[in-house]
Structure formats: C-alpha cells, structure tokens
Design a protein around this ligand. Structure first.
Ligand SMILES: NC(=O)C1=CN([C@@H]2O[C@H](COP(=O)(O)OP(=O)(O)OC[C@H]3O[C@@H](n4cnc5c(N)ncnc54)[C@H](OP(=O)(O)O)[C@@H]3O)[C@@H](O)[C@H]2O)C=CC1
Ligand SMILES: CC(C)(CO)C(=O)C(=O)O
Length: 323
C-alpha cells in the first residue's frame, strides 16, 4: 500500500525533497521540524504507516507540534526521487536490512544521511550503499515514541554532521542549512569517525550501565561507583579512539557528564529497549569498542564486560534467542 500524495518538485523554487526512512522518535522529530522548510516524505512500515498517513503525528513534552506529511509504506513498490536527500532514522540494528531494500532504490551519488547512534555505522552503509554520498548525522537529542504517532521530546541539544569526501561534503553544507532553518543547532565534525566517536561517548558511558541497573541517567552522577565506572569506560574509549585515528579531547569527555546532568531524569533508549524486550544497539556501542580494541592490539575489558552483560539481559528479556 502506498500513501504518497503527489509532490511536484519541478521549479528551482520548489522546496528540497527529503525522504526520511524510519518513522520512530528521531524520524518523526526530523519530519516535524523539516516539513516547513522542505518537501518531506516519510517511509514507514507496518500499521504505523497507515496511522501516520491518516492521522499525521505529534510531538509532545518539551516540544509541541503536529504535522502531516506524505507517507510511503516500506513494503510497497516505491522509488526515491533522484534529487531527494534521504535520512535513515532506523535503529543501528535495523540498518543493514533497511539498506538492503533502500540501496537499489537510490540513484548514483544520492545523499544518504545516517542518524544512528554508534560506531561503524558509516562503514556498514558504505558496504551496502557504495554509490551513495554519505553524511553522518549525530543526533544529540532525547525523544521516544509513546504511541504509534506520538513522540515525547525530552530535549534537543544539537545535531553534528560529518562527511569524509566530495561531493558528500557539499551536500552536508546544504543539509546543515536545511536543519538550521528547521531550528536545530547544527555543528560539523572533522571526520565521520570523529563524529561517531564524539556522539557515542555518551552512550558508551551511560546507556549500558544505566540499562543494566534499570536506572535513570542521573544515577551516573549520583552514585560514585557508577561515575567511576563511566570514567573507566571513557578512558578505555579514548585509548581505542586514538588507535582508530580519532583524538578525543577532555571537553569531549566532560560533555558526557554535562549532557547527563541535562537529561538526569530520562530513562535512556537502551533501558527502554530492554524493558520492552527489544534488541539493543550494544553491538554498535560497547561491543564495537571491545572489537576495535582487539583489532588494534589493545584491550577494553570494561566495554567487553558491559557488552556481555547487556547481551545477557537481551537473552533474559527474550529480545534475542541464544543459538
Ligand atoms: N530517540 C532518541 O532520543 C535518539 C535516538 N538516536 C538514534 O537514532 C536511531 C533511531 O532511534 P529511534 O528513533 O529512537 O528509534 P525508534 O525505534 O523510535 O524508530 C525507528 C523506526 O524505524 C522503523 N523502521 C525500522 N526498519 C524500517 C524499515 N526497513 N522501513 C521503515 N521503517 C523502519 C521502526 O519500525 P518498527 O517500529 O516497525 O521497528 C521504527 O518505527 C537509533 O540509532 C538511536 O540510537 C540518537 C539520538 C537520540
Ligand atoms: C541527549 C542524549 C545525550 C541523552 O538523552 C542522547 O543523545 C541520547 O540519548 O542518545
């Protein structure tokens, strides 16, 4: 079933077409803000696709907006218009299967923005969508789906973009302008790897420990043992990042605690995933650091332990089956 209404993009004055694949918390936040400045189409799946097409969607909490944009069902026959910027806002765990279907629908050089948290996201996309112009979009925001068409927003800090080569870098500048026009503070990182590491630091130090203890983010600041654990995780991450060619600054590490202060009441996404028995992104976070450490002849034992414990919780929560 395809719910697309006709969007004509013919004249130079037409708004830029932006296709957002994945209509969850991040996808709907981007759609709600961007649709005033661009011609946004959502690619959704399952019953959510029909609900979004008939009811639209809303942001609640720290940001209140209602929006209504064209919706395409992922399971239908569809193709992406050649000039469209495509933002992929599915979970890291859903990226490979999504790109399997999306990549053949892209034209050579099409801009692909990757919104996932985690390390190795751009590398995965390079393997699956080799002809696309990849732009990394790190989302420093807190939001969660509280219904099929409702997103609760906890706070929006910034988006950080990165691209490693032309023409992706030029496309990144255009995307930066569109996102800024939509009200996001937008910065850029020196490289895709730096962008991935800088954003992942927060998730590496906070998400796993709080998810394992069923605690809100603030526990990292309030419980000295957890703060010490977070500092150990950050120190290990910094050494592995350096071996990976990314120099993380003291400010990058300190920002983890400042962001936690601003989101102290939030239950992080990994905790929410475990609570609802869903797979987490641990393999792209602490698990990825442990693997990279090994590749560089280092060890990151604390990341390895957190990754194993979260993986065990996934099994116990019924999110993944033990083979
Ligand atoms: N939420 C947040 O505050 C933040 C999230 N991020 C990152 O952004 C990414 C997305 O997170 P979030 O929005 O929270 O996740 P959600 O689970 O809320 O949204 C992902 C959406 O993508 C849909 N989806 C998955 N595969 C497909 C597909 N092939 N076709 C169409 N739709 C698909 C999912 O559908 P279904 O429900 O059917 O699985 C779901 O609706 C993650 O990597 C996360 O780490 C980064 C910073 C902050
Ligand atoms: C804003 C912050 C740091 C915490 O909510 C985040 O970006 C995340 O949850 O991934």
């Amino acid at each position: 079933m395809c719910y697309t209404r006709t969007v004509m993009l013919t004249s130079a004055a037409s708004p830029r077409a932006i296709w957002i694949v994945g209509a969850g918390a991040v996808g709907l936040h981007l759609a709600a803000r961007l649709h005033e400045a661009a011609a946004v189409t959502l690619v959704a799946r399952g019953p959510r696709a029909a609900a979004l097409a008939t009811e639209g969607f809303e942001l609640t909490g720290a940001e209140q907006r209602r929006a209504f944009v064209p919706v395409v069902d992922f399971a239908a026959e569809w193709s992406v218009p050649a000039g469209a910027i495509v933002l992929v806002a599915v979970k890291a765990t859903q990226l490979a299967e999504t790109l399997e279907v999306l990549a053949p629908r892209l034209t050579q050089g099409q801009v692909l923005g990757l919104c996932q948290n985690g390390l190795g996201i751009a590398a995965l996309a390079r393997q699956r969508a080799a002809d696309a112009s990849l732009v990394r979009v790190a989302c420093w925001l807190g939001a969660g789906l509280v219904g099929p068409t409702t997103v609760r927003v906890a706070g929006v800090f910034q988006l950080e973009l990165a691209a490693d080569e032309e023409p992706a870098r030029s496309h990144m500048s255009e995307l930066q302008g569109l996102l800024a026009a939509a009200g996001y503070p937008v910065t850029t990182a020196a490289s895709v790897a730096a962008c991935e590491w800088r954003k992942s630091l927060w998730n590496l130090a906070v998400s796993g420990p709080c998810a394992l203890l069923d605690a809100a983010n603030g526990a990292i600041l309030d419980v000295p043992e957890l703060r010490a654990l977070a500092e150990t995780l950050l120190a290990e991450a910094r050494a592995v990042a350096a071996a990976d060619g990314v120099k993380l600054s003291d400010a990058d590490l300190e920002r983890v605690f400042a962001s936690t202060e601003k989101t102290r009441a939030n239950d992080n996404a990994m905790l929410q995933d475990l609570r609802r028995g869903a797979a987490t992104e641990i393999a792209f976070l602490n698990g990825a650091v442990a693997r990279l450490a090994e590749r560089h002849g280092l060890s990151a034992p604390t990341h390895a332990a957190v990754a194993r414990l979260v993986a065990a919780r996934e099994v116990l929560a019924g999110a993944v089956r033990r083979e």
